[in-house]
Design a binder for this molecule. Sequence first.
Ligand SMILES: Cc1ncc(COP(=O)(O)O)c(C=O)c1O
Length: 398
Amino acid sequence: MAQSSARLLELIGKPVQDIDTPALVIDLDAMKRNLGRMADFAKKHQVRWRPHAKLHKSVLLAKMQIKAGAAGVCVQKTAEAEIMVAGGVHNVYLSNQVIAPEKLARVAALTQAVAPHGGQIAIAVDSAEGITRLAQAMTDARTSARIGAASAATVIDVFVEIDVGQGRCGVPPGEAAVALALEIRRHPALRFAGLQAYHGKAQHLRSALERRLATASALQAVDLTCQLLTAQGMTPGLVTGAGTGSFALEAASGLYGELQPGSFLFMDADYAQNERDPAQPLFEQALFVKTQVISLQASHAVCDAGHKSHAIDSGLPKVHAFDAKSGLDYFNGGDEHGILRSAEGSTRLPALGKMLWLIPGHCDPTVNLHDVMIGVSGGLRAGIVERLIKVDARGALT
Ligand SMILES: Cc1ncc(COP(=O)(O)O)c(C=O)c1O
């Protein structure tokens, strides 16, 4: 961050105008509305939601989500799980493959850490080798627990990950998943919890119809796998998956018992391009990079936010337009600069020193570039800084 911790703390209660740039800012009112809509959706459809904390990497926001009804949080990294547990979040699902024995030892230690709080750790697997290694780590942790004060009977919930169209982790749906479920059942410290079926590619298909078709094929794969498991007496307790672009479809399927969307809380320029499915709640943009104009030339202005302030893997940010006349387009100016040109139909460039708000292309990696998110209430024009939200798991990649 461009600002020292002391100066950041002094911001609390001050108007948004006082936030130095570049800075990552949350419109707390919009974020709370997004949270409320997700909670209402889950309640109405009687489905659990365990939002993905890889978005915000914040213990405070994870707790806010749990208070709103979430069953816990998902994380993608062992280090993220450790930070959540250390912060007092005790229901954590590592929705990813973990293979290194030293990491699995850390995961097993977390099962011990949450047990006294009535918490539960869960993890995904997609190989027999991964299951063997996880079982070994759990056995080792139980053995040391017998010597120490912790519980010797902790179990870890294990979800078999199937690839339902993303082409990333996960065994093919069907028999391969059944074989892994049988393998899990051989180990007393592992509990077969169900299936992980996340179709990442479906989230960002632009038309609602394309997303419906892609998700329909994922649902078929899940259904088939559930039937085979049931035939073996291993009906999955839970099918978990889904992201912001498709979760209404998984929820309506009757197959998924748990939804994992993350981005809905903040949204981003990429998700804004999706045609909204009528089944999906309406989410608002809540995450912004505040920037200011530092150079004004005949053809363009230059602002102080480049790709050290926002991720560009899903495209460049959009300039938030408060009204139709303020249209500006953002072009890449490198890591510390953004080039601003008048959007079509608008002719004026912003003045030197003018504060602007950027909508990042992709929220998750943008958050990971910052130590702190500045929470504003009362809107971006006249609001005040309500609180600072630390990105606790910034850089927690292991
Ligand atoms: C396994 C898994 N679940 C859930 C999500 C959340 O998706 P989104 O942030 O698009 O809602 C992701 C995001 O990549 C993911 O990898």
